[in-house]
Design a protein around this ligand. Structure first.
Ligand SMILES: C[S@@+](CC[C@H](N)C(=O)[O-])C[C@H]1O[C@@H](n2cnc3c(N)ncnc32)[C@H](O)[C@@H]1O
Length: 348
């Protein structure tokens, strides 16, 4: 008997999700195997056989990948030469690793790292334990390295114009703390742009700190920049910084110690001092879970559900910061990006 057609478009919705899953893995495999990079180096395109030979891959599998990537409009095809080439406008996104919009590392991260994470999730949903991915996180820190720099650029181009007086003060030179500095690329970008400032980056993860130290060495150990391995609730600074930044960190600080970590940040700030949090905004009410402005927060909470990560709504963040002494709260959505800037002051 023929299957009965669904009475509504719910089957189409599920099929669309399946197509999205396939398209996404076409991207992650292309990033992992350098298929996009190779195609990007050959503007007139390559046949699947040429592409496979250049990368030492199995040609029949590469043919299927090319055809699937074509089906998803990531590749174009030249019927005369039988060659596939990168779709127009995708070069900087998929084939130019130095470009700030390059997505390759991010796609690899999801292809390799989170695929493993998801295999473990059903078990963790049953037993309530945390993910065993701590060891794999060193790769995660490495992959975040490139993104940290683009967040630095975003901070300069989109965040600073929202904070009157701060660009001038940064140019003149102030003391900055970057809590959860990760591989250090966010902080190093700002140090490069504002050489009169001092920067102190702290992070709890030894792998991230090792990478940040490497970055520091590659940058020629800029004067006034230091990196320390410290847990956020173990900061021992008193009125030492004018600005504290937390770039994609707040939601990752273990919830049990989060209040203490922010208490330490408050103490570490001078009076007046500014706390600038850059993070994915998280919904305050159920309706906002369907609001695209919050979609990255919702996605991130799902991916990190078993890490101990916990995103908080803006109201929750303010309720946590206010009793510590912070005031003059302000949140700005950075349109066209998944981020929001959340600012709190240690008022003078
Ligand atoms: C998503 S990464 C962001 C790294 C960097 N700020 C950036 O923008 O690329 C979050 C970082 O927060 C760090 N972190 C999490 N909890 C922390 C804590 N309690 N104290 C210090 N760092 C912490 C993690 O180790 C990780 O390096």
């Amino acid at each position: 008997m023929a299957a009965k057609a669904p009475a509504n478009n719910r089957l189409a919705q599920i099929n669309q999700a399946f197509h999205g899953f396939t398209a996404f893995h076409t991207l992650t495999i292309g990033a992992e195997l350098n298929l996009f990079l190779q195609l990007g180096a050959w503007p007139s395109g390559l046949t699947p056989g040429e592409l496979a030979a250049q990368l030492g891959l199995h040609a029949p599998y590469v043919r299927t990948w090319c055809e699937t990537a074509f089906a998803n409009a990531f590749l174009d095809f030249d019927a005369q030469t039988g060659r596939f080439r990168l779709g127009g406008g995708l070069e900087e996104l998929l084939a130019q690793p130095g470009h700030p919009n390059f997505q390759g590392g991010f796609l690899q991260m999801f292809g390799t790292y989170f695929s493993q994470e998801f295999l473990e999730l059903p078990k963790l949903f049953r037993n309530g334990q945390q993910s065993s991915s701590r060891e794999r996180r060193q790769h995660f820190a490495a992959l975040l390295k490139g993104r940290g720099r683009s967040r630095g650029m975003l901070f300069e181009s989109r965040v600073l114009p929202l904070l009157p007086g701060l660009p001038e003060r940064l140019r003149a030179g102030v003391a900055c703390l970057d809590l959860g500095c990760g591989a250090g690329s966010f902080l190093l970008y700002l140090a490069e742009r504002f050489p009169n400032c001092t920067f102190c980056g702290v992070d709890v993860d030894p792998h991230a700190i090792a990478m940040a130290q490497e970055g520091l060495r590659d940058a020629g150990f800029p004067a006034g920049v230091r990196i320390e391995q410290l847990e956020g609730n173990d900061l021992r600074y008193d009125a030492a910084f004018d600005l504290a930044t937390m770039s994609l960190v707040l939601h990752e600080i273990d919830y049990d110690i989060r209040r203490q970590a922010l208490t330490d940040v408050y103490r570490a700030l001078k009076q007046p001092g500014l706390l600038a949090i850059l993070d994915f905004p998280y919904p305050s009410c159920i309706e906002e879970f369907r609001n695209p402005a919050f979609s990255m927060g919702v996605i991130d909470q799902f991916y990190e559900v078993a890490w101990g990560s916990r995103h908080q709504s803006w109201e929750e963040i303010q309720a946590m910061l206010a009793p510590l002494g912070f005031s003059r709260f302000r949140r700005e959505f950075l349109a066209g990006t998944p981020y929001a800037l959340m600012v709190a002051e240690k008022a003078g």
